[in-house]
Design a protein around this ligand. Structure first.
Ligand SMILES: [Zn+2]
Length: 137
């Protein structure tokens, strides 16, 4: 599957890491890990920023992390106007591995707390776009 299906609004159709979308369709949130130095990346990268190797492998992101920070958007950029208000956050998995994503509407805004245990799940929106969202653990 091409990358144009990814994201609430996709601005990119081609990428060296398009397989990420296939994994999402299988229910897996995948990052890349450098075969040479072991550096992990999310979002996935095709080339290592640490040692410049292009020998990368896929790995599945941990199932649980902690919500490091979050914010609520009441005004949205192009393509996201209909979704307001929505919240976004950063999940910290430790070992310098973090993930930025929208937070599921299943978590009410007044329930959001930094350090709360969360998980990240693939979602498909009504228009067919695929992404991932932060969910209750
Ligand atoms: Zn490397």
């Amino acid at each position: 599957m091409g990358f144009e299906k990814f994201g609430r609004k996709s601005f990119t159709s081609a990428t060296k890491t398009a397989k990420f979308v296939d994994f999402l369709m299988e229910g897996k949130i995948m990052g890349t890990i450098c075969k040479k130095c072991g550096m992990k990346y999310f979002p996935p990268r095709a080339d290592c920023a640490n040692c410049f190797s292009s020998e990368m492998d896929w790995f599945e992101m941990p199932k649980r992390g902690k919500l490091e920070t979050f914010t609520v958007a009441y005004y949205a950029p192009y393509g996201f106007e209909m979704d307001c208000p929505y919240s976004m956050g950063v999940v910290d998995y430790g070992d310098n591995l973090k993930l930025f994503a929208r937070i599921s509407k299943n978590i009410k805004q007044d329930e959001l707390r930094t350090d709360m245990e969360v998980t990240v799940k693939p979602v498909q929106y009504e228009d067919g776009q695929i992404a991932y969202e932060i969910e209750k653990a």
